[in-house]
Ligand binder design. Structure first.
Ligand code: NAP
Length: 309
């Protein structure tokens, strides 16, 4: 740990905190994790509090917090932290609405602290290589195929099916965080969202975009994919067919693998957060969230078979 390590608290101790945040923080000398706040979850070896208000009151030395609860409950915690002049790391998606995150941006600026809207998939190993490849080619069309088994990845997560949980757009926004980083600006032209008759969020989505220069981009999201899972972005270009697969892990052009490295998304996110905290900056890109909002705004609702975990 460095002598000026950022004193960090973590809020909403659940799956992603255990799987990714705690291991990444433990290996990063930029941080000293001193407290956690969660109604049920606990982190061994540090002080634990039932909520963020209790944590902030008891730990005046805290400098930053990572907010990892579901998106519907993030705004109030973020506002409390920013008004207490703490730097804030937001898990993805950064909020349940675009305007609440806009307000958090303004609050961070007003209070002189950093706000980070993290998009972990943007830090997948082959994403920068895909961006560089596409910058050097002429794009003709692109297709996003994000198909996974919700029962395997999100078993019994009720919040994800509630309004503001985004349903299949919870993984889909990861695809959009990559697409908005590597493709030209694009806009939704039509969408069909499949809602199970007993749920408030979609289980599948079929979305068409056009880029600012008129090229077609499609996005197919499916949460009932059993067998092989696909998290792929395909692009037809004048230099061949690009396939960015494995959620951004592997890049191939015309079948030749040109980039394949082990993933280190969360270590990279924490490195970036320390960078912006030390630079006195914020990093809040709302483009992926805006596309999800647009899909819900423009999308036709199609009612499909009930879903049970
Ligand atoms: P989770 O385990 O269901 O939720 C995280 C924790 O948030 C829960 O354990 C719960 O802890 C707390 N929480 C739940 N409802 C709450 C409420 N109403 N008010 C306050 N706290 C509440 O979910 P997760 O999978 O970790 O996902 C959390 C966030 O990370 C989501 O935005 C998700 O999109 C993102 N994410 C998840 C994954 C993944 O693979 N799971 C990957 C990347 C990003 P307490 O009961 O102890 O309060």
């Amino acid at each position: 740990m460095t002598s000026n390590a950022i004193k960090l608290g973590i809020v909403g101790v659940g799956k992603i905190v255990r799987d990714q945040h705690l291991p990444a923080i433990a290996k990063d000398g930029n941080y000293q994790l001193i407290a956690a706040a969660s109604r049920h979850g606990k982190v061994d070896g540090i002080a634990n509090y039932p909520n963020i208000e209790a944590m902030l009151a008891a730990e005046p030395g805290l400098e930053a917090v990572s907010l990892c609860m579901p998106p519907q409950f993030r705004y109030d915690a973020a506002r409390t932290a920013l008004e207490a002049k703490k730097h804030v790391f937001l898990e993805k998606p950064p909020g349940a609405t675009v305007s609440e995150v806009e307000h958090l941006k303004a609050l961070a600026e007003k209070n002189g602290v950093s706000l980070f809207a993290s998009w972990h998939s943007r830090y997948a190993p082959a994403v920068e290589a895909a961006r560089a490849f596409l910058a050097s080619t002429r794009l003709t069309s692109a297709a996003i195929n994000w198909k996974e088994d919700v029962r395997r990845w999100h078993p019994n997560q009720e919040w994800i099916w509630e309004p503001g949980g985004f349903g299949v757009f919870d993984p889909g926004i990861n695809a959009l965080s990559i697409a908005t980083h590597i493709l030209p600006p694009m806009f939704i032209t039509s969408a069909v969202l499949d809602f199970p008759e007993n749920r408030s969020a979609p289980v599948a989505a079929h979305v068409a975009f056009r880029t600012s220069n008129g090229l077609p981009v499609t996005m197919e999201l499916d949460w009932l994919q059993t067998g092989p899972q696909s998290w792929d972005i395909l692009a037809e270009t004048d230099k061949g067919k690009m396939v960015l697969s494995g959620g951004g892990a592997k890049l191939a052009v015309d079948g030749n693998i040109i980039h394949d490295e082990p993933e280190a998304e969360y270590p990279m996110l924490y490195k970036r957060f320390a960078e912006i905290v030390r630079a006195g900056a914020s990093d809040v890109d709302l483009a992926p969230l805006q596309h999800v909002a647009d899909a819900f705004m423009l999308g036709k609702r199609n009612v499909v078979e009930a879903f049970f975990d």
